[in-house]
Design a binder for this molecule. Structure first.
Ligand code: SF4
Length: 122
């Protein structure tokens, strides 16, 4: 059994959660001010995920396009996702929400545009 202390990011209260882990599973969570704390602790201690934001090169344009994953991806896949995003190129026009990289690194999560660009943009 091991113990871990993490800070819940569910709201500005930032409760300090004391988490006991046994057999790769969360056995108990103390210190949560509400039910979301235990949910967050189970996610963070067993299968942590993160949103990924980055930039993609645009053909014929100096300014890059900002993108993000549509949902959080497993933390251990962040670097591979960033490499995949770095290798991507887009051709205008692009609308907000367009899929730039589908199923990035086999996560089942798409990388989508967070800004639009047209052929006339520089
Ligand atoms: S446990 Fe609940 S009250 Fe505490 S930081 Fe998380 S969401 Fe906020």
């Amino acid at each position: 059994m091991s113990a871990q202390t993490i800070t819940c990011i569910g709201c500005p209260m930032g409760c300090r959660l004391r988490v006991l882990i046994a057999g790769g599973q969360v056995a108990s969570v103390d210190g949560a001010g509400c039910g979301r704390g235990a949910v967050y602790a189970r996610q963070e201690c067993v299968c942590p995920t993160r949103m990924v934001t980055s930039l993609v090169r645009v053909q014929g344009r100096h300014a890059p396009l900002s993108v993000k994953t549509a949902r959080p991806v497993p933390k251990e896949k962040i670097f591979a996702c960033l490499q995949s995003i770095r290798a991507a190129r887009v051709t205008p026009p692009v609308r907000i929400g367009d899929v730039i990289v589908a199923d990035v690194c086999g996560t089942g999560v798409d990388v989508v545009a967070t800004m639009a660009c047209t052929e006339g943009d520089s």
